[in-house]
Design a protein around this ligand. Structure first.
Ligand code: SAH
Length: 233
């Protein structure tokens, strides 16, 4: 049960974990020890008998802000050199490239915000990397943390049965993936494209590549532009 990617999640709602990551491939990998998950109840690090973790915003306004002193105690309790991520809509949008880097490392400490967020000084003083999962607002960082960990765990050695499928997927190639089909050959009057039934692997590869390029051009001009930029890696 040792070794593997170590995730520590700081949260006011530890009961949300492993949640969706307790089933299927991620759940099996968790059971097998390919990764580990520890939750830390932030409230256990409060200073007063009411176990207060938040306070009113300096300067006024709606909502509450998570206290830096309480959060620092929780973080310092677990910090050991692993990357520290703060889930935040202001963060850098999560990318497959960053997921890959994290998956290659020893693990991550993931701080989940609630209310209006956390005191800015905590983010600075404990050197948190702010990570966003998209341009919308969640009610808390926990579901974002589940998303980040899901993306990481599926890349860990031995987690995905078919290792190949991890490498041809959307974003790994800089392109969206080609469409998929399976039996029946005809369904509701729609047929599987003939080329996929031809047995001609060269032609199939060509078709898939062309479809991936078409979909990327149509749906994600931003990705398409990056793909064709002179300095792409
Ligand atoms: N007042 C903040 C939103 C707070 S939402 C703002 O306007 O920016 C409460 C918490 O949910 C945040 O602290 C963060 O931890 C989490 N969260 C919300 N949306 C998120 C997103 N898109 N990506 C990552 N975390 C998010």
């Amino acid at each position: 049960m040792t070794g593997g990617f170590r995730a520590t999640v700081l949260t006011l709602y530890p009961e949300m974990f492993p949640g969706a990551l307790g089933v299927s491939l991620a759940g099996k990998a968790l059971q097998d020890g390919a990764w580990s998950l520890e939750t830390v109840q932030i409230r256990d690090f409060a200073f007063d008998r009411h176990r207060m973790v938040d306070d009113t915003p300096a300067g006024g306004g709606a909502g509450m802000v998570m206290k830096p002193d309480v959060l620092a105690r929780a973080v310092d309790h677990v910090a050991d050199g692993r990357p520290k991520l703060f889930m935040s809509p202001r963060g850098k949008p999560l990318s497959q490239a960053r997921v890959r880097e994290l998956a290659a490392g020893p693990g991550a400490i993931v701080l989940c915000g609630r209310f209006e967020g956390v005191d800015e000084r905590l983010i600075e003083a404990r050197d948190f990397e702010e990570v966003s999962i998209g341009d919308y607002i969640l009610s808390g960082g926990e579901t974002a943390a589940l998303v980040v960990l899901d993306a990481i765990v599926r890349l860990l050695p031995g987690v995905m049965g078919n290792a190949l499928s991890g490498e041809t997927e959307s974003f790994e190639t800089g392109l969206l993936e080609h469409p998929h089909y399976t039996r029946p050959q005809e369904w509701e009057g729609r047929r599987i494209p003939d080329v996929l039934l031809s047995g001609n692997h060269g032609a199939i590869e060509k078709w898939r590549r062309a479809e991936a390029e078409r979909l990327t051009r149509e749906r994600r001009p931003d990705l398409w532009a990056a793909q064709n930029a002179p300095s792409k890696k």
